[in-house]
Design a binder for this molecule. Structure first.
Ligand SMILES: *Cc1c(COP(=O)(O)O)cnc(C)c1O
Length: 412
C-alpha cells in the first residue's frame, strides 16, 4: 500500500496521527487490538465493516483527480477498502514490516508475491517440506511461465547452498514444517539469499507473529494463510503478504490488476481474530506441549514430532527463533495405515479434517489426505509414513483432549 493509496482527508489524517502517536513503542497485544484502526466520523468503537464495492467523489473534477492518482483516496474495492486497510496495517505492525497487502487466500498471497517479483527465466529454491498446494503452484503453474523451482531439504544448509544459481531470485520456506515440525535456520538461509541477491520468503502460518517474527530473523517477505491462526476459529479463507514498501507496492499492483482481493467482511473477521491471537497461541502451545508429552509416554506410540520436546532435532533452534513451539504436532503409531485409521476413528472430540489453527482440535492422516498426491518416493523423502497422524491442538479442556487420545491408543 503506497502513500497515495491510503484513505486521506483532513479527518482521517488527524485520526492516523492520533493512532500513530498512541502506538509508538506499543506491545504486540496492543497492536493486535488497536493497530491500524481509524475511526470514521460516526465515532464507532469497533472496526466498521465497509461493505461497498466503490466510492463516490464530490465532483467530476474530484473523480478525475482521484483516478489519476493526483489526489489520494478510495476508488474501488479491488484497489482499496478501509476495513481491508485496517487489517493490512495491523498485520504490518504485528510482523514489523513497512507494509502489507491482503489477498483472497493464503495461496493467492504466495501467487501474488511470485507474480510481483519473478519473471520468465528466474529460478526459485523452495523447501521440500511446504504446503502441498504451494509445491504444486511452483511446479505446475510457475513452471509453465518459465520460472523453474528446485526443491531442497529444509534443515540442510548445504542443500540450499548447492541449489543456488546465478538466476535465483527467491528462496521459499515454512518453519516449523508441516507435519513433522522441522525447524529451519532462518538467519542462515537469509544470509545465503542476501549473498545471492535473492529474497527470502517465509510462510509464517504455523507460528503467526505471536510466536515468530521472520523479518527480524532476516527474511525479506512474509506470507500467511490468514485462514489458520489469524482467524483462529475456522470461519474465513484469506491471506496476507508483509514486507518492504517497495516490494508491497509491486504485490499490490498485481493484486489490484489480477483481482485476488480480500473482501471487507473477511478482513473484519480477521481483525476480530487478531485481537485474541497471542492469548490463543499461548493456549495452543501449552496444550500441544502436554499432549506431546503424554503421547511420548505411551508404549503404542512409536515417535512424537513436536519441537517442544527436548529430543526433537529442532528444539534448540526453535527456542532461539520462536516464542513458543506452536499448536501442531504429529506422531507415529506402532503399526501401519490400518492402525493409524483405527486410532483416528476411535476419537470422539477431534474433528477429522485437514484444517488447522482452529479453536477445535483436528486430526488427520497425512499420507492419504494432505500429502496423498505425493509420489511414494516424495512421501518417503518428506517422512510421511502410513502410520503418521497429525494433530492441530485446539482450545478445548486439555484433559478432554488427553482422554480422546487415550481412546485412540486403546484402539491400537
Ligand atoms: C493452508 C496453508 C496455505 C494455503 O492457504 P489458503 O488460505 O488455504 O489458501 C499455505 N501455507 C500453509 C502453511 C498453510 O497451512
Amino acid at each position: 500500500m503506497s502513500k497515495k493509496d491510503l484513505g486521506s482527508n483532513a479527518y482521517l489524517d488527524q485520526q492516523r496521527a492520533i493512532l500513530n502517536e498512541a502506538l509508538t513503542d506499543a506491545g504486540l497485544d496492543t497492536l493486535a487490538v488497536r493497530g491500524g484502526h481509524l475511526r470514521s466520523p460516526e465515532g464507532e468503537h469497533t472496526e466498521a465493516m465497509f461493505m461497498t464495492s466503490s466510492y463516490v467523489f464530490d465532483s467530476a473534477a474530484a473523480a478525475a483527480a482521484r483516478f489519476s492518482g493526483e489526489n489520494p483516496g478510495n476508488v474501488y474495492s479491488r484497489y482499496t477498502n478501509p476495513t481491508v486497510r485496517y487489517f493490512q496495517e495491523r498485520m504490518a505492525l504485528l510482523e514489523g514490516g513497512e507494509a502489507a497487502v491482503a489477498t483472497a487466500s493464503g495461496m493467492s498471497a504466495i501467487l501474488s508475491t511470485c507474480m510481483a517479483l519473478l519473471k520468465a527465466g528466474d529460478h526459485v529454491v523452495c523447501s521440500r517440506s511446504v504446503f502441498g498446494t504451494t509445491n504444486a503452484l511452483f511446479t505446475k503453474y510457475l513452471g509453465k511461465l518459465g520460472i523453474e523451482t528446485s526443491f531442497v531439504t529444509l534443515t540442510d544448509l548445504d542443500s540450499w547452498r548447492q541449489a543456488l544459481k546465478p538466476q535465483t531470485k527467491l528462496l521459499f520456506l515454512e518453519t516449523p514444517s508441516n507435519p513433522l515440525c522441522e525447524v529451519a535456520d532462518v538467519p542462515a538461509i537469509a544470509a545465503l539469499a542476501r549473498a545471492q541477491g535473492a529474497k527470502l520468503v517465509v510462510d509464517n502460518c504455523f507460528c503467526s507473529p505471536a510466536l515468530q517474527k521472520p523479518l527480524a530473523l532476516g527474511a525479506d517477505i512474509i506470507v500467511h494463510s490468514a485462514t489458520k491462526y489469524l482467524d483462529g476459529q475456522g470461519r474465513c479463507v484469506g491471506g496476507v503478504v508483509v514486507g518492504a514498501q517497495a516490494d508491497m507496492d509491486e504485490v499490490l499492483a498485481f493484486v489490484r490488476t489480477a483481482g485476488p482481493t480480500m473482501s471487507a467482511f473477511n478482513a473484519w473477521v480477521f481483525l476480530k481474530g487478531l485481537e485474541t491471537l497471542r492469548l490463543r497461541m499461548d493456549a495452543h502451545c501449552a496444550s500441544a506441549q502436554k499432549l506431546a508429552e503424554w503421547l511420548a509416554g505411551q508404549s503404542k506410540i512409536e515417535q512424537v514430532y513436536y519441537a517442544g520436546l527436548p529430543n526433537h532435532p529442532g528444539h534448540a533452534l526453535a527456542k532461539q527463533q520462536q516464542r513458543g513451539f506452536g499448536g501442531v504436532l504429529s506422531f507415529k503409531v506402532v503399526g501401519d495405515r490400518e492402525a493409524a485409521w483405527r486410532f483416528i476413528d476411535a476419537t470422539r472430540i477431534f474433528s477429522i479434517t485437514a484444517n488447522l489453527g482452529d479453536a477445535k482440535t483436528t486430526i488427520v492422516h497425512p499420507a492419504t489426505t494432505t500429502h496423498g498426491r505425493l509420489s511414494a518416493e516424495d512421501k518417503a523423502q518428506a517422512g510421511i509414513t502410513e502410520n503418521l497422524i497429525r494433530l492441530s491442538v485446539g482450545l478445548e479442556d486439555v484433559n478432554d483432549l488427553i482422554a480422546d487420545l487415550a481412546r485412540g491408543v486403546d484402539a491400537l
